[in-house]
Ligand binder design. Structure first.
Ligand code: HEC
Length: 438
């Protein structure tokens, strides 16, 4: 075993394994890597090594074989069988896996040159979605060598004199190794969200200051998520005929959470915005209210379950779902119960992985009439068997840091561009039933 690893590292072919090389060559493998891997495995992307040219792929052949058989790569954690197919489904077909495996087993032979599609690959420092219309740049966050960091913020006073529609947004993350997450919010004029803080500079409010709000404040009037970034993020336009709204006079606020990793750094992350030339037919809104704030995971509990639900107060189409938990998160299922009683499993992530906070984009966003209930069920492992568990002796509740937990299914909903979005959530989110396992 050791010998074969060394020979892979040196790129040496084992004698004899070239014998069956004729059928599957790099020419067969290249389009699969293009389609399934190169989006991340290119210079400047999140994959640790580029998988473009033969010479780049060859030394990784055995590792690629293992990764596709175990389904560790490409990262995709949705179980098959959801009611609606996903636009960004990264899972490979049986045939694709077989081709890769056969190629490696045949000694990973080169083959006739194949034309690489270039559209998935961007220049280092370039934008995947093309040149943005507007770039918001973090003025520089000092990240210390060590310690636990609170969320920091910066307010960009855009203050457009008219409503602006954003059809896509792309993050350029600067200190990839230290960015835990980023959220860009739109704050409409009159919002109480972080109202007492200065503009254009970094600040670190307390949790109470972040939460301070007027008692009568409507959900979307306070803040709206424009775009989030978590590990595994890939930029995607929302819809051909839909966009997010930045109302005249609004600010954009970045919420930034950094991890420390022994190195000091200064972060200058950027968010590129792509604007719609005209008002679109549909408005896309992000919702974070499908969540359970009452988590109380007992010490050593291996299978704690938490439920959350919300009811739509007006019709919407469901564009995407992003399960969010921390390191004790084990599974999440999101379902719809339609007013006629029909039930659908929208997303099932049986083996949740904190390192892959994937947004699952639905290919043909289903229409959910008024009264549709959305529910999510999250499972947690607070036992010592969970190798990521920082403290199995703790009772774990809701909190920002990864030592605490969260249960949110972030949703993106599509509504008529002229609809009153506050009506979407007129039926306040509440728990339905009693969570199992308490
Ligand atoms: C969504 C982005 C993404 C896609 C798509 C993706 N990878 Fe990866 N890959 C990563 C990242 C990030 C890592 C490093 C972290 C890890 O190992 O989980 C990685 C690690 C790997 C490794 C392990 C490298 C090592 O250091 O041992 C292999 C092998 C690999 N990928 C192969 C593939 C193959 C083959 C495909 C396509 C079939 C693919 N990946 C698709 C992001 C991706």
């Amino acid at each position: 075993m050791r010998i074969s690893i060394v020979s892979v590292a040196l790129g040496i072919f084992l004698a004899g394994s070239c014998a069956q090389a004729a059928e599957v060559t790099y020419a067969n493998v290249r389009p699969i890597l293009e389609k399934r891997c190169v989006g991340c495995h290119a210079r400047g992307e999140i994959g640790p090594m580029p998988l473009g040219a033969y010479a780049e792929v060859r030394p990784w052949a055995k590792a690629i074989r293992a990764a596709v058989i175990s389904k560790a790569m490409p990262p995709w954690h949705a179980a098959p069988g959801s009611a609606h197919a996903f636009l960004n489904d990264r899972s490979m077909t049986r045939g694709e896996i077989d081709t890769l495996v056969k190629w490696v087993d045949a000694g990973s032979p080169d083959g006739p040159a194949v034309q690489a599609r270039s559209h998935a690959i961007r220049e280092p420092g370039g934008w995947r979605l093309g040149d943005p219309d507007l770039v918001l740049r973090v003025p520089g966050v000092q990240i210390p060598k060590s310690g636990i960091l609170q969320y920091s913020f910066v307010i960009f006073p855009l203050h457009f004199d008219h409503d602006v529609w954003v059809r896509a947004a792309e993050w350029h993350i600067d200190q990839r190794g230290q960015v835990h997450h980023m959220n860009a919010f739109v704050r409409e004029p009159g919002s109480s969200y972080l109202a007492d803080f200065p503009k254009n500079e970094i600040f670190t409010p307390t949790v109470a200051e972040r939460g301070k709000k007027r008692s009568d404040e409507a959900v979307f009037a306070r803040r709206q998520l424009l775009q989030g970034y978590e590990p595994g993020y890939a930029p995607m336009p929302w819809l051909p005929d839909g966009a997010k709204l930045i109302k005249a006079g609004s600010d954009v606020i970045f919420e930034m959470h950094f991890n420390t990793n022994g190195k000091e750094a200064v972060d200058h992350t950027e968010l590129g915005l792509y604007l719609s030339p005209a008002a679109p037919l549909n408005r896309v809104v992000a919702v974070d209210t499908l969540r359970d704030l009452d988590l109380a995971i007992p010490p050593a509990s291996a299978n704690y379950m938490s439920n959350a639900s919300m009811k739509l107060g007006s019709p919407a189409r469901l564009l995407s779902i992003q399960p969010h938990m921390h390191v004790r998160g084990k599974s999440m299922e999101v379902r719809a119960i339609y007013p006629d009683g029909r039930k659908e499993v929208l997303l099932s992530v049986p083996k949740y992985d904190f390192n892959w906070q994937t947004t699952y984009a639905i290919k043909n966003p289903p229409l959910m009439p008024t009264g549709t209930v959305l529910e999510s069920v999250a499972g947690y492992d607070n036992s010592p068997n969970n190798k990521f568990n920082p403290d199995p002796a703790a009772t774990v509740g809701w909190g920002d840091q990864t030592t605490s937990e969260m249960h949110i299914a972030f949703l993106e909903l599509v509504v008529d561009a002229k609809a009153d979005v506050e009506k979407l959530l007129t039926v306040q989110p509440k728990m339905i039933g009693t969570p199992a396992g308490r």
